[in-house]
Design a protein around this ligand. Structure first.
Ligand code: ZN
Length: 556
């Protein structure tokens, strides 16, 4: 009987096509988040639009879950995807548990897939695979499986077409996944920024290499089309920026590294979901829509693709960036309960007092010369750790300082949570020797272009001048580098100290890799800062300043 009905139904459909009804497009709904960075709680979202500057609270797993529930009511076949950096560089609330509560939350939210980001690799490929697949065999034994005795894994299938496992010569992850929705096939193909090795520690990149994003995606297009993909979505952990508002339709002024990727993608790619630069946008690069949903759970990018069955054809794409406003979406009860459990179990640790500071806030914002008060303090902390090992100069990277060190109104002592947020990576502190010539060369690497400048923060006693009118690779004024008032000698040997990310040539400071007589000082940068603040508190000498110390001097 069933067979008979099927035959009748097929005959009916065949009859339809004979009178040449064109196939009708079906709607595919996709929501994307990127750069969640373990933000379990709502947090401050600053943005500007035609009405000026705004500061609102947005995000949090309970609200994101509530948004998903509402969107799934409208379309139960909604696809929920990530664009990388979902964990890593997280607030202590998540970081202290090796991000397992965030990974549990993604599992509960039913994330269908994600492109891999750089921060998923912070602790190497084995630890990344543990995050997905579960287990307690971790490189972070004091954090892993502490929240739950047996961690089950996020189960989120990651994709990356350009990340190669050098042990096998193949991609570490499947390059793409095809999801069938309402009878059409949507292919998602992933990639991580090709410069990932410059932003992940050398240890994290062990056994991995990376290829060009656009080339890796483009070479898969024939395979995706052979598999009958009706739409192709590229998900790339790389980004850009625009002065336009996060919800501006078809914004026109996207700049940054993602633009080159977008321009070189095969025209068969229907939309590019981007990430990494923590910006919200719905821009066009030529005919291609390029989106990003800010960071920290502030925005969800909602895409509706009208896809024609039977062919590779997307007739229309609608895109919006939805603000994850806790007042607008009822919290998902299960995710709210998870958040409360994490808060209750973390608070005892996070609220432990560490020490006072001399001003209400030590900012990480740099002055015109590139120096920040918090950069000064952290470089001094590194020097204090390295002094016993003979170090004379401390360095730190601006990008590694993730928050200001600031007291709440009425608060006297900073707590562990506030300090840990400033240096969440928990990198080791490493000392080694460099020549004066190498030091001058490394300082000159700070200027890649006039716009792309990445300043090193330096410890007390180390000073130099730079001049914006000099050529890019020699902006440091020759002869201006001094240590405790004495000019640096090109052939002199200077012991330096810094975090292990920078020591391994991170943030494009490759010369640091050439250092000799390396020693891991057996303490993390986060512990070092906490110990320093505690020690200075005991001495009654709270540290820090509201303005930078003038170690870096800009001449022009
Ligand atoms: Zn990133």
């Amino acid at each position: 009987m069933m067979r008979f009905l099927t035959v009748v139904a097929l005959a009916f459909i065949a009859g339809c096509s004979q009178v040449q009804h064109p196939p009708q497009p079906v709607a595919v709904n996709i929501v994307a988040i990127n750069d969640l960075h373990g933000y379990l709680q709502a947090n401050t979202f600053s943005y500007s639009d035609a009405n000026g500057e705004h500061k609102v609270r947005a995000g949090g797993i309970a609200t994101l879950g509530g948004m998903l529930a509402q969107l799934r009511q409208q379309d139960p076949h909604l696809l929920f995807i990530g664009a990388g950096d979902l964990v890593g560089a997280s607030p202590p609330l998540s970081a202290m548990w090796a991000d397992e509560p965030t990974l549990d939350a993604l599992h509960m939210m039913g994330m269908n897939l994600s492109a891999i980001g750089n921060h998923e690799l912070d602790n190497g490929k084995a630890e990344f695979l543990r995050q997905v697949n579960g287990g307690c065999n971790s490189s972070r034994p004091t954090k892993a499986c502490q929240f739950r005795p047996a961690y089950g894994g996020s189960g989120v299938p990651y994709i990356a077409a350009n990340l190669i496992d050098t042990d096998t010569g193949k991609t570490l992850l499947p390059p793409y996944r095809i999801k069938t929705v309402n009878g059409v096939k949507v292919a998602f193909v992933g990639a991580v920024l090709r410069d990932v090795a410059a932003v992940v520690s050398a240890k994290g990149m062990q056994g991995l290499s990376v290829q060009d994003e656009a080339d890796s995606i483009n070479q898969l297009i024939p395979e995706l089309e052979a598999q009958g993909a009706n739409a192709i979505v590229a998900v790339v952990h790389q980004g850009g920026a625009t002065p336009e508002a996060f919800d501006q339709q078809d914004c026109q002024h996207l700049s940054g590294d993602i633009v080159d990727v977008a321009k070189r993608l095969d025209p068969a790619v229907d939309v590019l979901i981007s990430a990494h630069s923590h910006q919200g946008y719905l821009c066009k690069v030529g005919p291609l829509l390029v989106t990003q949903g800010s960071s920290f759970g502030h925005l969800m990018t909602h895409l509706t693709l009208d896809v024609t069955p039977g062919q590779h054809h997307v007739t229309r794409i609608q895109a919006t960036n939805l603000l994850a406003d806790p007042a607008k979406y009822p919290a998902d009860p299960k995710l709210a309960a998870l958040q409360q459990e994490v808060e209750a179990r973390s608070n005892a640790v996070l609220l432990q007092p560490v020490g006072a500071i001399a001003v209400a806030s030590i900012t990480r914002s740099a002055d015109d010369a590139g120096e920040s008060p918090l950069g000064d303090l952290i470089a001094d902390v590194q020097l204090a750790v390295g002094a016993a090992d003979g170090a004379k100069i401390g360095f730190t990277n601006t990008g590694g300082i993730r928050n200001d060190l600031a007291l709440e109104p009425g608060q006297r002592l900073l707590n562990y949570g506030q300090v840990a947020t400033v240096q969440p990576f928990d990198n080791a502190v490493v000392a080694f020797d460099l020549s004066g010539r190498q030091l001058e060369a490394v300082l000159n690497l700070q200027w890649k272009t006039d716009e792309d400048v990445n300043f090193l923060q330096v410890s007390k006693g180390f000073t130099y001048r730079w001049d914006a009118s000099r050529p890019l690779n020699s902006r440091v004024v020759p002869g201006s580098i001094r240590l405790n008032g004495k000019q640096l000698k090109a052939e002199g040997r200077y012991r330096v100290v810094m975090n292990s990310f920078l020591a391994a040539g991170g943030d494009r400071f490759a010369i640091f890799k050439e250092g000799r007589n390396r020693r891991d000082l057996g303490i993390s940068d986060q512990e070092a800062l906490i110990d320093y603040l505690k020690a200075m508190e005991q001495k009654g000498q709270p540290v820090g300043s509201a303005s930078s110390a003038g170690r870096i001097v800009r001449v022009k």
